[in-house]
Design a protein around this ligand. Structure first.
Ligand SMILES: NC(=O)c1ccc[n+]([C@@H]2O[C@H](COP(=O)([O-])OP(=O)(O)OC[C@H]3O[C@@H](n4cnc5c(N)ncnc54)[C@H](O)[C@@H]3O)[C@@H](O)[C@H]2O)c1
Length: 348
């Protein structure tokens, strides 16, 4: 398995392979960049088919965190970790403590947090071995509502740019995924008077959205062609692809899901169709912004964190305007802006 000449290797500062025979821990920690501050990014527990799959994931995700943190204006770098194994069988306090000891050896160049299949309870166990964790219970708490607030602000910024007004009353938003972010997002949109079209594999969540927000429910595949002004992907990655983009009736794509574009060129495909795309790692930064406020020496403040999350509106307007003037897709412009911030070595 090649690392330094791997296609996903992007001058990562450290890629650490960790194993602990006693607990069965097999993990990879990738520190992509500490140029702006300590690398922060969650730990994902996944039953990867091969070690190579785990490496690809951690290399990509850690680079993504560098860009996300830079664009959010945070004094943080980018990192990520993956634990290889079945979430139903591998979890134990001993395993998470062994992982914590590995994180500790990096002396604070990487801070871990929750991600797929990792709960705040698991992170508390990691925390028994190292202070280099974020997103603990009883501190900044559930990031979902902050991610939802940022996504809501991002949708308003996109409406401002595309329709000339940030007012969403009377606008129709199609939401894919009513989980811990999607449901809070529906609440904001409903409160402002938007009409909602929703889908989820979880029928209970759909029923709640219909009852509480008067949403119209559609089938899983019908969400792309829904008669909506805005499509908000809030479930899976790679839902913007060759099959779905031609179906979209919405003029805006703005949602919280990670890695929405299946491939980078799908950003250009959206632009060619006249659809305004809010780059995922910019619009969904509310959660990491909230976590960053927990990490400050002066301690957490929900008020200050909320104010920073609200800035996602202006960041997106800057991206949209620059994309227009440079005749490039918004996803390309976001990457260029992130690279500029990282090259400068400090956040705005
Ligand atoms: N939670 C956060 O703060 C946060 C921050 C940044 C990005 N994100 C991203 O936002 C997305 C949603 O996160 P979340 O925390 O709400 O997750 P979640 O697991 O709570 O919710 C996801 C929802 O999507 C639904 N879903 C799964 N497959 C589906 C399908 N094929 N069609 C429709 N619905 C489907 C699930 O049933 C669930 O209700 C993910 O991509 C996540 O990576 C979340």
């Amino acid at each position: 398995m090649a690392v330094f000449n791997h296609p996903e290797f992007d001058q990562h500062e450290q890629v650490v392979f960790c194993s602990d025979a006693e607990t069965g821990l097999k993990a990879i920690i990738a520190v992509h960049s500490t140029r702006l501050g300590p690398a922060v990014g969650g730990c994902r527990l996944w039953d990867y088919v091969t070690d190579e799959d785990a490496l690809v994931d951690v290399l990509r995700l850690s680079r993504g965190m560098t860009y996300k943190n830079a664009m959010a204006g945070l004094p943080l770098g980018g990192g990520k970790s993956v634990i290889i194994g079945n979430a139903k069988t591998i979890k134990s306090e001993a395993l998470f403590r062994a992982f914590g000891r590995m994180v500790h050896r990096l002396s604070g160049s990487y801070y871990s947090a929750e991600d797929v299949n990792i709960t705040t309870h698991d992170i508390m166990q990691v925390n028994q071995e190292t202070p280099f964790v974020a997103g603990l219970e009883g501190k900044s708490g559930n990031p979902g509502p902050f991610t939802a607030l940022g996504t809501y602000q991002g949708i308003k910024a996109a409406a401002q740019h595309k329709f000339g007004s940030a007012d969403l009353s009377g606008k129709t938003v199609a939401i894919q995924g009513l989980g811990s972010v999607g449901f809070y997002l529906c609440e904001h949109l409903h409160k402002e008077g938007a009409k909602l079209i929703v889908t989820d594999i979880n029928q209970d969540a759909v029923n709640r959205a219909v009852t509480q927000f008067g949403a119209t429910a559609v089938g899983l595949d019908a969400i792309y062609a829904a008669d909506a002004d805005i499509y908000a992907p809030c479930a899976l990655g790679a839902t913007l692809n060759d099959e779905t983009i031609p179906q979209l009736k919405a003029k805006i794509v703005a949602g919280c899901a990670n890695n929405q574009l299946k491939r980078p060129e799908h950003g250009d495909m959206l632009r060619a169709r006249g659809i305004l795309y809010a780059p995922d790692y910019v619009i969904n930064a509310g959660g990491i912004i909230n976590v960053a406020f927990e990490m400050r020496p002066q301690g957490y403040s929900a008020e200050e964190s909320t104010a920073k999350v609200m800035q996602i509106f202006d960041t997106l307007l800057t991206i949209f305007n620059r994309a227009d003037s440079q005749q490039l897709s918004t996803s390309v412009i976001a990457d260029i802006m992130a690279q500029e911030i990282i090259a400068k070595g400090k956040t705005a």
